[in-house]
Write a protein that binds this ligand. Structure first.
Ligand SMILES: Nc1ncnc2c1ncn2[C@@H]1O[C@H](COP(=O)(O)OP(=O)(O)OP(=O)(O)O)[C@@H](O)[C@H]1O
Ligand SMILES: [Mg+2]
Length: 337
């Protein structure tokens, strides 16, 4: 039997979401194949062994991880999905589920994701990139030339290049935290300042009026793509609240889009995964523009939500791989690297 460490919680805004994902993973892992070691990281970064009735601090993390055969990080967001914990596993030479350091950090950083997607020729919303710098902002153009500007000049620069509505996002964030939609210059200013509280790197994108669809991918070199699913946010966009607190947000599998659009999305999902140098799994999110049916890639999530009602496992269930088998496949992919 392989000893598997399932790490969850974590020092990110998605600690709670991770607990839900991990509860499903722990329940469904094949107990005949794996000896399971649940590990909880609290919001302060302390590690604990966690069984049903006891919780004990792990004082020597390296020693603890070294006795395991493989690790499944069921973590979302900063310090879990961004390559940092993956770096620890690399140092310890421990196989682990999912993307490696590079793919994880690209996938977590919305600006760098866009740069790679551009390079891959994937269609995406027009965007601008600025960085907060003391009381000013640095405008970074597509060739990485930098200009220091005041907020008013930044607003002018952005509105010269992009059309409203715009989405303002901290580059490193997750679960829609810090993201807002601006309809005019006033709001743009307010939301850039707001986003800068979460990350000094800020992405501003043109809004796409379309359906939100998602495709799951699985594999290392030989990558398969799931059917495409659709999310119908109960609010104006898929905010944190719409994701986790509003039960009216719905998912639709398969998505209500023409077959040829679905197969194009599957191709692009695999391309995006390869472009960031992905391995194991990812969920790739797109918009299909109303009227034109044009496809825009939005983002790639290297450790997507993993409860048994989350999109990633549901999409593979539709493909024909049920939850338990999916976990086994992911672990086998990790061990085969
Ligand atoms: N360019 C855009 N046009 C229209 N809607 C957008 C755009 N960008 C973001 N949105 C809306 O905002 C939501 C959150 O944005 P996004 O998916 O980029 O970040 P996130 O979900 O926080 O990232 P993560 O999935 O890593 O947690 C999207 O699901 C979508 O509803
Ligand atoms: Mg998203």
């Amino acid at each position: 039997m392989k000893k598997i460490g399932v790490i969850f919680g974590g020092m990110s805004t998605e600690n709670e979401v991770s607990k839900l994902s991990a509860a499903s993973v722990l329940r469904n892992l094949d107990k005949e194949k794996y000896e399971i070691y649940p590990i909880y990281i609290d919001k302060e970064g302390f590690w604990f062994t966690e069984t049903e009735d006891s919780k004990e601090l792990i004082s020597n993390i390296v020693e603890y991880l070294n006795k395991l055969d493989v690790i499944f990080p069921v973590l979302h967001g900063l310090y879990g999905e961004d390559g940092t914990i993956q770096g620890l596993f690399e140092l310890l030479k421990k196989p682990y589920v999912g993307c490696k350091v590079l793919a994880s950090s690209i996938g977590m950083d919305k600006v760098y994701t866009k740069i790679i997607f551009d390079k891959a020729g994937l269609n995406q919303a027009e965007y601008e990139y600025v960085r907060k710098y003391n009381e000013k902002y640095i405008y970074v153009d597509k060739n990485f030339n930098e200009t220091i500007l005041g907020i008013e000049e930044i607003i002018n620069k952005i509105t010269e290049n992009l059309k409203f509505p715009m989405f303002i996002k901290p580059s490193n964030s997750g679960s829609s935290v810090g993201i807002n939609k601006a309809e005019d210059k006033e709001e743009l200013k307010k939301y850039i300042e707001y986003a800068s509280r979460f990350d000094k790197k800020i992405l501003i994108e043109e809004g796409i009026d379309g359906q939100e669809v998602e495709c799951a991918v699985l594999g290392n070199e030989e990558v398969i793509a799931s059917p495409v699913g659709e999310i119908k946010p109960a609010e104006e966009f898929y905010s944190y609240d719409a994701k986790y607190n509003n039960s009216k947000s719905q998912t639709l599998i398969p998505a209500n889009i023409p077959d040829e659009i679905s197969s194009e999305i599957q191709k692009q999902a695999i391309k995006a995964f390869k472009a960031i140098s992905g391995s194991g799994l990812s969920r790739v999110d797109f918009f299909v523009e109303k009227e034109t049916n044009k496809i825009y890639i939005n983002e790639i999530n290297t450790l997507p939500g993993f409860t048994n009602i989350s999109m990633y496992p549901k999409l593979f269930e539709e493909y024909g791989i049920e939850y338990k088998e999916l976990l086994t496949k992911l672990i086998e992919l990790a061990l085969s690297e």
